[in-house]
Design a protein around this ligand. Structure first.
Ligand SMILES: Cc1cc2nc3c(=O)[nH]c(=O)nc-3n(C[C@H](O)[C@H](O)[C@H](O)COP(=O)(O)OP(=O)(O)OC[C@H]3O[C@@H](n4cnc5c(N)ncnc54)[C@H](O)[C@@H]3O)c2cc1C
Length: 597
């Protein structure tokens, strides 16, 4: 049975020592989040994850969700009780507004606990995760009456939410959406069409499910400019706001899929279902983007979560499994063989995972802080800067963290040898579960295009210029410090490659758009490598400071300094290869005719 321990201490180190959480105290909800409260929240959520959610992960995978003959869907044994406990604990509404029953705490804390929940049980995490996404979309685009009707029950977890974009013929290209919305006399709409792959579309965890559905109002313009967003409840709320009459929608089937078996992925049929317009007509994609941006950060967390839990298991196994002798001579002569952690190649795999996990966690929390500033700050300039940074980092985090997170589950499986391939140790489940994060919420190829095609040129490159300045300043501040100089050198070289890559795109992408498409994946990963390198530089600075202030932390902080060095020596150099690849241009990629493939 796999193990999991929530990395509470690492989150605290990042929030308090690296990211300066207390400096945000003027934002609403932050002053309440004292270090003691944060510790209590992280510890308690960690306990639930370790004791309640993680034990259901393997059984949930084996049992899966089942669609019954009446169209209802049952989740695996134990999920309902776990969900009730989770909802009653107030975890779904941790960062939701107080006026709707939430706790109003920073979104950053919700992001931190989301990592734990997802590591413990990714299938489970999707149910409250989508509900939080629905809350975010309602808060920005719904009218006051809609918010008053739906928010309290979504915040308490009594009702859950979904997002319905995908149709059989369209996933990435939402301009092709066919689901129709016909006006009813009372101002509501009749929604007709089929959506596929809808996560948590039908299940037995909540008494109502609020579907947010993209559809085209009759007579609307073609393409993405004619799509509107509708609230389509499974049960229509009655006059008291409780779940009333059953709406004309149903789950046609559930998918049999590679992983996340504990989450129901549904075909949803809308047969003239009553829907209520949310936000402006024909501006539905804009409204849905609020949910998608929040969901994209949530999916980025999935990459980290899977990498973290897979790493923890691989590290424990590597300390235990006896095979061969250390190249430098036996380390445990009294035993029949040394544990495999003595072998440099096994250490390489473990260190690559660990160096990624800690930097990725730092980046997620940093992005979440920016999201808090965007949502809560009064200062317009601060909001604009945070929005720039968040917009730039979101595709990088979604694409890079899920690509590398998946690779890391495979690496962790490799540490187990054949025992990673069989079901008993649970490692193959991590691989299967992690895989979807690279596909949904905009496949990673689309994230790379979003970065290169939209986020870089936006506002004449304002965001990316500000980012280069920030990383460049961190290098400048540290390169004369003897303890940090070699780390600063690594980041400097990565930043140089990233700036050259950006320049290459500016010079070559406009004249020949295929150059942008061909470069996009390498550019996104090059960006991710530099972002993680920058995070390691800042974490190393903090580690040195903590060690000097409190010698009892020396072992923990020395480990961070070793990881920072490992990152710069063994992972950062990949930026050079990425730059060389992307600046080769699109010619070889586009040369082969389609019928020659
Ligand atoms: C388990 C699961 C859960 C899901 N949950 C939800 C959900 O809750 N709600 C929902 O609405 N959807 C959901 N989805 C759907 C998911 O978001 C889509 O599968 C995804 O957006 C990709 O769409 P597609 O499958 O149609 O692939 P396509 O759009 O056909 O893409 C196929 C490939 O082509 C690439 N591609 C496509 N267009 C371009 C382009 N212009 N440039 C470059 N490359 C391109 C893509 O990157 C991808 O690699 C889920 C899917 C799964 C499998």
């Amino acid at each position: 049975m796999p193990i999991y321990q929530a990395p509470v201490r690492n989150v605290q180190f990042l929030l308090q020592e690296v990211l300066g959480f207390q400096a945000y105290a003027q934002l609403p909800g932050f002053a309440e989040a004292t270090p003691d409260l944060i510790e209590a929240i992280l510890t308690e959520c960690g306990r639930i994850c370790e004791e309640v959610l993680q034990p259901l992960n393997v059984s949930g995978d084996r049992e899966g969700c089942k669609r019954q003959s009446d169209g209802s869907v049952t989740t695996p044994k134990g999920f309902k009780q776990a969900y009730d406990a989770y909802a009653e604990g107030g975890w779904i509404g941790l960062a939701a507004p107080v006026e709707y029953g939430g706790q109003g705490l920073p979104y950053t804390l919700a992001a931190a606990i989301n990592e734990f929940v997802t590591s413990a049980n990714m299938s489970f995490s999707l149910y409250p995760g989508l509900t939080r996404g629905a809350q975010a979309a309602l808060m920005v685009h719904a009218n006051e009456a809609q918010k008053a009707l739906y928010m309290p029950k979504l915040v308490s977890g009594e009702w859950s939410g979904t997002m319905n974009l995908t149709e059989p013929h369209c996933g990435t290209d939402l301009g092709l959406i066919k689901t129709r919305a016909a006006r009813n006399a009372d101002g509501s709409f009749a929604i007709t069409g089929q959506k596929i792959f809808i996560s948590a579309g039908e299940h037995d965890l909540t008494s109502n499910i609020i579907h947010l559905v993209l559809a085209r109002i009759e007579g609307a313009p073609a393409g993405t400019k004619g799509i509107s967003l509708f609230i389509v409840p499974k049960f229509l709320p009655d006059a008291q706001g409780n779940a009333g009459v059953r709406n004309a929608l149903s789950c046609g089937s559930i998918e049999h899929k590679m992983g996340i078996h504990g989450n129901s992925t549904c075909v949803m049929n809308y047969d003239g279902a009553t829907g209520f317009l949310m936000g402006e007509e024909n501006r539905g994609l804009n409204a849905m983007f609020v949910m998608m941006n929040e969901a994209r950060l949530g999916v980025a967390v999935q990459g980290l979560s899977m990498s973290e839990v897979a790493y923890q298991n691989a590290a424990a196994y590597a300390r235990d499994r006896l095979q061969g002798r250390a190249l430098s001579g036996a380390k445990e002569a009294g035993k029949p063989a040394d544990p495999i952690i003595v072998h440099p190649d096994v250490r390489r795999m473990l260190l690559e995972m660990r160096a990624f996990n800690e930097a990725a966690r730092g980046l997620i929390l940093e992005a979440a802080l920016q999201a808090d500033v965007v949502a809560r700050a009064n200062d317009e300039k601060a909001r604009e800067e945070a929005e720039d940074m968040l917009g730039l980092l979101t595709p990088v985090l979604k694409g890079v963290l899920t690509d590398v997170g998946f690779d890391n589950t495979v690496k962790a499986q490799q540490v187990f040898g054949g025992h990673g391939y069989v079901g008993e140790w649970g490692m193959e489940q991590f691989v299967r579960d992690a895989r979807i994060a690279m596909i949904y919420e905009g496949a990673n190829g689309i994230q790379a295009l979003d970065l290169v095609g939209r986020k870089l040129p936006k506002d004449n490159g304002r965001a990316v210029m500000a980012y280069f300045k920030k990383v460049g300043e961190a290098v400048q501040h540290t390169e004369s410090n003897a303890d940090l100089a070699s780390l600063a050198k690594g980041v400097k070289s990565g930043l140089d490659h990233l700036q050259k890559a950006t320049m290459w795109l500016m010079q070559n992408a406009l004249a020949k758009p295929d150059n942008a498409g061909a470069a996009s994946n390498d550019y996104m990963h090059l960006f991710g490598l530099v972002a993680m390198g920058h995070m390691w530089l800042v974490m190393a600075q903090a580690a040195l400071r903590c060690k000097a202030q409190d010698p009892s932390t020396a072992a923990e902080m020395d480990a961070k300094l070793i990881l920072a060095r490992f990152y710069m020596e063994r992972m950062m150099p990949e930026t050079g290869a990425r730059l060389a690849r992307l600046s080769a241009g699109a010619d070889a990629i586009m040369a082969l005719p389609a019928d020659a493939f």
